[in-house]
Write a protein that binds this ligand. Structure first.
Ligand code: FAD
Length: 404
């Protein structure tokens, strides 16, 4: 197939689409436009090893420069697309250029949700989404510095772990009554609360931040009616999808660009993949995922559909988080009131929580437990039923779980 494919967003999904289009035999022109200064890079290390200083910047980049040359991909960086003209099948760049497309892929990702409380604009109140954000944080990341983190989700807690490791005095403020409440079960929240506390991180649950105080720079976080002194603040309260372009061009959006299971929008010439989309998940419910797995798999499916070989996207979602020496791996989507089955003892720092729905394995959260994660992911994909007492029995190896 030939023609002109334009990709908006030079990130995880965008680069995967370039690779898949070529491996599927697309021989036409590919142009990818990104508004950052860098070619596509992986974000997960930003709040982990890269912030810690043990992961070199060059390793962040998903492909070497030669990849784009060899793939015949015209990579335009530092450029923002600000309009789609669906009738003319063109996109307009902020710098005045206009590019024509036969097929368009929107892979615009998300942006951080910003706090709007008093003092939120003070210098020293920072966010974490891109390389420049980490570089900004690094300057103040010094032993003894009082770092306040707003939000006890993945990003906040990964930064807390790095901060504690580097000798910062870390305090977390979380409005919910437990950590990572949107993403993990109560036993896993409790386990991570104990780990952070043991590492010296001060946790304030049920504590929403009311304002920030300071004279030309952050000096205190006001939360729960008290002013907590702080030298630096990291806000990690979630993200919002970059769906404005699609929305303004009349494509249906609802907290994300709505796509079908072939990653196609309501316009058959326009596809979307990654964090910016909302799609019908494998369980039939509408969902917006923010993870590398979805960016990669949905982009592969978008590429297949663009070359006329559409295949239904129904992969099991998976995710990971690194905090201290703990690797949390999650597969599937938990949904209360799933039945929880604990395998292993949290005190051993190696255990898993399985989620059973009508007896079927629906999700697994594994901490330093690769076999539980890997077999769990397969059981979820197969829709396997496993008796809870069998899952909990450590004397039965994971690989025997699927057998009667
Ligand atoms: C700090 C951090 C840690 C993370 N850790 C994990 C993890 O451990 N595991 C995991 O699975 N996921 C993790 N994620 C999430 C993961 O990085 C994302 O799910 C993934 O990057 C999504 O890929 P994407 O291509 O959809 O979006 P992105 O990689 O964000 O790429 C989108 C790109 O499009 C650009 N763009 C937007 N609008 C325009 C426009 N109009 N014109 C031009 N360019 C535009 C954006 O600036 C961006 O460069 C983490 C994310 C962050 C920020």
């Amino acid at each position: 197939m030939s023609g002109q494919i334009v990709i908006v967003g030079a990130g995880q999904a965008g680069v995967q689409a370039v690779q898949s289009l070529r491996s599927e035999g697309f021989s036409g022109a590919i142009t990818m436009i990104g508004d950052e200064a860098y070619p596509p890079y992986q974000r997960p290390p930003l709040s982990k090893a890269y912030l810690l200083g043990t992961f070199a910047r060059e390793r962040l980049f998903l492909k070497p420069a030669a990849f784009y040359r060899e793939a015949g991909c015209d990579l335009i960086l530092n450029a923002r697309v600000d309009k789609i003209d669906r009738a003319a099948k063109t996109v307009s760049l902020q710098d005045g250029r206009t590019l024509a497309y036969d097929k368009l892929l929107l892979a615009t990702g998300t942006r951080v949700r910003r706090l709007a409380c008093p003092g939120a604009g003070l210098p020293g109140v920072q966010y974490l989404r891109d390389i420049a954000d980490v570089d900004g944080l690094q300057d103040g990341f010094k032993s003894g510095i009082r770092l306040a983190i707003v939000g006890g989700g993945y990003i906040g807690l990964e930064v807390a772990a790095v901060g504690a490791k580097r000798g910062l005095d870390v305090t977390v403020f979380e409005a919910a009554d437990r950590l990572m409440a949107r993403a993990v079960s109560q036993p896993v929240s409790d386990f991570y609360a104990a780990e952070h506390t043991r590492s010296g991180v001060k946790l304030n649950l049920n504590t929403g931040v009311e304002s920030f105080e300071g004279n030309n720079k952050i000096e205190a976080v006001v939360a729960g009616g008290t002013a907590h002194p702080a030298d630096m603040v990291l806000v990690g309260i979630g993200v919002v999808p970059n769906d404005m372009l699609a929305r303004e061009s009349g494509l249906p959006c609802q907290d994300g660009i709505i796509v079908d299971r072939n990653a196609m929008t309501s316009d058959p010439s326009i596809f979307a993949a990654g964090d910016c989309t909302r799609h019908h998940g494998r369980e039939g419910i509408e969902i917006r995922l923010e993870c590398v797995q979805n960016a990669i798999d949905q982009a592969k499916h978008a590429a297949l559909a663009m070359v006329g070989r559409a295949k239904i996207y129904s992969e099991v979602p998976w995710f990971w988080s690194d905090q201290y020496d703990l690797k949390l791996q999650i597969a599937g989507l938990a949904r209360p009131p799933d039945r929880l089955v604990l395998r292993g003892d949290p005190a051993s720092r190696k255990f898993a929580v399985f989620h059973l729905r009508d007896g079927v394995v629906a999700a697994v959260e594994a901490i330093n437990a690769a076999p539980e994660y890997l077999t769990g992911r397969k059981l979820i994909a197969d829709g396997a039923k496993v008796p809870p007492e069998k899952l909990a029995d450590l004397s039965i190896p994971m690989k025997q779980m699927a057998q009667d």
